[in-house]
Write a protein that binds this ligand. Structure first.
Ligand code: GLN
Length: 275
């Protein structure tokens, strides 16, 4: 069968939100043909060996397994990151935090901390854009620490990854910018039973009855880890911005503001430690 016929059939079988994209990514994984080249040469013949590997991937996708887990990688910012089931699959919306962080008035040699780094996505994106920044990342999950380190190594980016539950095990120091994409979904949220999140660890997703447990802790403790005038920026749920801004104000932050994700939801909040 041709590449196009197989992709079209697979897309019909996969269903869900982005069946055609999923099928093209799986085809690329199996054949090495980029999505552009699949479109340019739709009649290209797929060998029997490629076909059986493709069918196996499609079957996994039909069973709900995230495309990123099947591929073992996910693109984030300009990077291709290794992913696995020890941590969250990086989301495009988290790129909005990276963009906002790059727009902050920070020194060329800023010290930056990415808490709960997971794959290392935020830390690595920042390190790739700002070679002068000293970027530290931490995660409580041993599998995530190993994964973030592997990503830093294979991308050749100088990010130091430490094992720590939030600030707990970090050596005392002060940062110019602290970022976090912590778990922020409420226990029992119905979305946890749908889609890719079913295959991600609860520890990376769920934070108490209102989803704010980890955000509360991070916002309360961040001031002692920030240099005067330093910034804190956190990702949160689409309906949590007002609550998070109140937590920032309560912890003494100034210039508190929220920013939107690609879908127009208030997705992150930042504030500055007063000078
Ligand atoms: N934005 C993610 C989701 O809704 C959740 C990420 C997180 O908890 N940090 O699937």
């Amino acid at each position: 069968m041709t590449c196009e016929a197989l992709v079209r059939q697979a897309a019909r079988e996969i269903g869900g939100e982005s069946p055609r994209l999923d099928a093209e990514l799986l085809m690329e994984h199996v054949t090495g043909w980029s999505r552009t080249s699949q479109r340019a040469w739709p009649e290209r013949a797929v060998s029997d060996a490629q076909r059986s590997r493709f069918d196996a991937c499609v079957a996994q996708r039909k069973a709900g397994r995230p495309v990123a887990h099947i591929l073992g990688s996910q693109s984030f910012w300009s990077l291709s990151l290794q992913v696995n089931d020890t941590t969250l699959i990086p989301r495009p919306d988290t790129e909005c935090l990276v963009e906002a962080a790059l727009a902050l008035p920070l020194p060329v040699t800023a010290k930056v901390l990415d808490l709960g780094t997971g794959t290392g996505a935020i830390a690595l994106a920042l390190a790739s854009e700002r070679p002068g920044w000293r970027v530290v990342a931490s995660d409580a999950a041993p599998g995530a620490v190993a994964l973030a380190r592997a990503n830093a190594r294979s991308l050749g980016l100088p990010v130091t990854v430490l094992a720590s539950h939030w600030f707990e095990a970090l050596p005392a120091q002060q940062f110019d910018l602290i970022l976090a994409n912590p778990p922020y979904i409420a226990e029992g949220d119905r979305h946890l039973a749908e889609g890719d999140v079913r295959f991600e660890p609860r520890s990376a997703l769920v934070a108490g009855t209102d989803g704010l447990d980890d955000l509360r802790l991070i916002i309360a403790e961040a001031p002692q880890w920030l240099a005067a005038g330093g910034w804190l920026m956190v990702e949160h749920g689409y309906d949590q911005a007002a609550a998070v801004r109140a937590l920032f104000a309560g912890a003494g932050f100034v210039a508190v503001a929220s920013g939107e994700d690609y879908g127009g939801n208030e997705r992150y909040t930042l504030g500055r430690q007063s000078l």
